[in-house]
Design a protein. Structure first.
Length: 321
């Protein structure tokens, strides 16, 4: 069964609010940002926020402390999205305060006395995710994402399976895991989740070959699939390296538009691709008159935004036929 079969529609989505800095979600500006996003035919959103551990080798995740958004901010964002007719994926993510990418969080393969361990880390991470799961259940979120791009942690199969078991004790919706690009065929526990998802930051001329590769994983697993992240900055050179948010270049709405067109066309040709959760839409949105000079991922006020309105609406209409 595809995700579109399961849901009755594609995930025409956009990630909102990253990184979830405390104090930025419960504002009039955040409400206006959510409204503007919904105006782009976005019918699903990932409410994404980060808790910070100190380093890649830390085992404590203080998710109830700044800079992470509060529970009230999370609940408010979920309700704001639902009031605008959007379905919600709640997406709690762990980051490293020292700037190390979360994919590098890691410990010895086996627990060693007096050394930080996977068991210690997963105990803290499980508390973080279970807290989010309880919020997602209480607010009726349609999906929960239990992790994002945790490449070194991906190999800890037993820990992930136990975490998912614990999540299902408190959350009744769909459970997914967002693996990193190029990792779809390296996760060994896809059978434990309801939906496979990944970050689709593939160079513009390689979409077909990567979809061929991912399709084998989807068929073998028998699980629905969608891209939990995908997108491209509006910047020269970014279509060839869309995952590099700091790539030097000039603002280019045309380059972002070209990437969107190639990506949407490629994904829509594959019935097993259940949709896209594009990256990303900030809670503090730039002014419309500044869009041409903005070189980040958000398509607001750019050619890709106009294209997205029609492409998403058409994808949903085609799914209903």
């Amino acid at each position: 069964m595809t995700l579109i079969d399961l849901l009755g529609e594609p995930v025409c989505g956009m990630t909102w609010g990253w990184v979830g800095t405390r104090g930025t979600w419960a504002t009039p500006e955040a409400q206006a940002s959510m409204e503007a996003m919904a105006d782009h035919a976005v019918t699903w959103t990932a409410i994404a926020y980060a808790a910070e551990q100190a380093t890649a080798f830390s085992t404590d995740i203080p998710f109830d402390q700044p800079p992470t958004v509060t529970d009230d901010e999370i609940v408010g964002a979920i309700r704001s999205a639902k009031a605008r007719g959007m379905k919600v994926v709640l997406k709690p993510v762990v980051n490293c305060a020292d700037g190390t990418w979360r994919a590098h969080i890691g410990f010895f393969d086996w627990d060693v006395p007096n050394e930080p361990s996977w068991s210690d880390w997963f105990a803290s991470y499980t508390a973080f995710i279970l807290h989010a799961a309880a919020l997602a259940e209480a607010e009726g979120c349609e999906m929960l994402c239990i992790g994002c791009e945790m490449v070194r942690a991906d190999g800890q199969e037993a820990h992930w399976r136990r975490l998912i078991e614990r999540v299902r004790e408190v959350y009744s919706g769909l459970v997914t895991y967002n693996c990193d690009k190029y990792q779809e065929d390296h996760v060994t526990w896809w059978d434990a989740v309801d939906v496979i998802s990944s970050s689709g930051y593939y160079p513009i001329d390689t979409w077909q070959q990567h979809l061929d590769r991912i399709e084998k994983v989807v068929v073998a697993s028998g699980k629905p699939f969608f891209f939990m992240e995908a997108g491209c900055p509006s910047r020269t050179g970014s279509a060839d390296l869309p995952n590099d948010w700091a790539l030097p270049g000039e603002p280019s709405g045309a380059e972002q538009l070209q990437y969107y067109e190639v990506m949407l066309d490629a994904c829509r040709e594959r019935p097993w691709v259940g949709g896209l959760m594009l990256w990303d839409w900030p809670a503090d949105l730039y002014a419309l008159e500044d869009a041409a000079g903005n070189d980040d991922y958000c398509p607001y006020g750019k050619p890709a935004g106009d294209y997205l309105r029609s492409a998403y609406a058409d994808w949903r209409a085609s799914a209903r036929e």
